[in-house]
Write a protein that binds this ligand. Structure first.
Ligand code: ADP
Length: 263
């Protein structure tokens, strides 16, 4: 049913999807897609442990640079049945990405309204089936396209990904204001690239310290967790194996799993 009344573009209903969580960031390159992918995998692992596998979807709306297909190791084209796109699946996660539909020759610089129209169709025309949780990877930033998208989807909550740097903290605030405008509750802040683990176990805070905590306090939400810098994250992304799957016992893998438990 209708979850929320907002003015703006018509809200899409996603029947069969129980909970929709958006992953946002004030700017690109902070690890938003990495977080979305690993969150989806970690939630699926938790549900699988409860005997309920294959209840998680991942929708990649990052049309500027859709990286989810690569990170999830999926390169096929989705089938169309009765005008609906069928998600592709890997690691038990049902995935739909703009990247499946665009190719390298598609111009990246589209005008805002065109982007919106495409995304609305995209949101309405995917056959997710029954899902406990759908994780939505939003385009980076807090502009009009992001705001419209946030209005279009019946979101239950949003997570903001940030790095420890103070500049990232101020753009994070704008991201939070966007969700406030459309009454989408903030579930928390996830700090990524928080530190480098030294071989002796000590931590090297190369990007500074406290950014996530300050952002969370400012936004009156909680700091969900801190993910260390780990070369295995980049390597796993390139190979299409998220760290939660490939190295679940690493500090980064455990951090993603702990955050999934709290959402
Ligand atoms: P965004 O979606 O915010 O643009 P990505 O998730 O694409 O960011 O991450 C940007 C780059 O940083 C990718 O190459 C990714 O593999 C890498 N990365 C993200 N988080 C980490 C981390 N904690 N440790 C090491 N590399 C990371």
């Amino acid at each position: 049913g209708q979850k929320r009344e907002v003015s703006g573009p018509a809200q899409q209903q996603l029947p069969g999807v129980k909970k929709i969580i958006a992953v946002a960031s004030g700017k690109g390159g902070v690890g938003k897609s990495t977080f979305a992918v690993n969150l989806a995998c970690a939630i699926d692992k938790l549900l699988s442990e409860q005997g309920r596998p294959r209840q998680v979807g991942l929708m990649d709306c990052d049309i500027y640079g859709p990286s989810v297909p690569l990170m999830m190791g999926i390169s096929a084209r989705p089938e169309v049945r009765d005008n609906m796109l069928t998600p592709l699946e890997n690691f038990g996660i049902r995935v739909m990405s703009m990247g499946f539909l665009l190719d390298e020759t598609t111009p990246v610089v589209w005008r805002g309204p065109m982007i919106m129209k495409t995304i609305q169709q995209f949101a309405a025309n995917v056959d997710w089936g029954e899902l406990d949780v759908l994780v939505v990877d939003l385009p980076p930033g807090t502009g009009d396209a992001q705001l419209s998208l946030v209005q279009t989807l019946p979101l239950d909550g949003a997570v903001i990904v940030t790095t420890p740097q103070s500049v990232a903290v101020s753009v994070t605030r704008r991201g939070a204001m966007m969700f406030g405008k459309v009454n989408v509750p903030l579930l928390g802040v996830a700090e990524n690239m928080s530190y480098l683990q030294n071989p002796d176990g000590s931590k090297n805070f190369i990007f500074g310290q406290g950014g996530g905590e300050i952002a969370a306090r400012d936004l009156e939400t909680e700091l969900l967790g801190q993910v260390p810098l780990d070369p295995a994250i980049g390597q796993g992304s390139d190979r299409g194996i998220p760290i939660v799957i490939g190295h679940p016992d690493s500090a980064a893998g455990e951090s993603f799993t702990a955050m999934a438990k709290n959402l």
